[in-house]
Design a protein around this ligand. Sequence first.
Ligand SMILES: Nc1ncnc2c1ncn2[C@@H]1O[C@H](COP(=O)(O)OP(=O)(O)OP(=O)(O)O)[C@@H](O)[C@H]1O
Length: 217
Amino acid sequence: MIVAKQIQKSYGKLSVLKGVDLSIQQGEIVSIVGKSGAGKSTLLHILGTLDTADSGQIFIAGEEISKLNQKKLADFRSKNLGFVFQFHHLLPEFNALENVCIPAFINGTSDAIAKKRAHELLDYLGLAARTTHKPAQLSGGEQQRVAVARALMNQPAVIFADEPSGNLDSASSQDLHQLIFNLRKDFQQTFIIVTHNEELARMSDRRLEMKDGLLLS
Ligand SMILES: Nc1ncnc2c1ncn2[C@@H]1O[C@H](COP(=O)(O)OP(=O)(O)OP(=O)(O)O)[C@@H](O)[C@H]1O
C-alpha cells in the first residue's frame, strides 16, 4: 500500500531524515513516536505529499508519487489521501456538514452526493445531531471527529494524522483512538499516526520510533 525507500531530507546543514525505509499494508495502523525535533512531522508531511524529499522514492497505492508534478500531485492528494492534524483546521464560518463536504467539492463531486456521504459519515461518527453546528458550537472531541469525517470524505487510501489527540482531554482522546480502530475494522482504513501518546502507540499494529533521522522498529 505504502512503500518509502531511502527518504532523505535536510534543512540547510541539518539532516533530518537520513534514508528512511518504510512499508505499510492496507488496514495497518502505524504509529511513529520519538523525541521532539526527531523528524516525525517532516516524514509524515513527505509521505503525505505536503512536502518533498531531497531524494528517495515513495509509492502509494501503486503510484510513484515522488515522480508526479505539482498538478498531478495535488490531484492524487485530494483523491487518495486524508489528513487529521492536532488542530482541526475546520473553517469557522461553515457548519459541520459543509466542512465535511469540502474535499468532495474540491474533487468536483455533486452537491447532492457529497451531502449524502457527509450525512452518512457524521451519523457513523455519532454526530448526526450536530450537522448544522459551526465549529465554535462543538466540543474539542466533536470538532476532531468532524475533522476525521472530512478526512474520510473521499475514501482515502490512507489517513495521515499528526498528533490527532494532542489537543484533547483524556476521555476525548480515548474516544478518538477507539474511532481509529473502528474505522480499520469497518473499512480497512489505513492510518499513519505521529503521536506522543504512548497508549495510542502501544495499541497500534506497529510502533515505530524515529531516532537520529532513521526509523527504529
Ligand atoms: N521548514 C523547516 N525549515 C527548517 N527547519 C525545519 C523545518 N521544518 C522542520 N525543521 C527542523 O527539522 C527538525 C525536525 O522537525 P519535525 O517537526 O519533523 O520534528 P518532530 O519529530 O515532528 O517534532 P515534534 O514532536 O516536536 O513535533 C527540527 O529540528 C526542526 O526544527
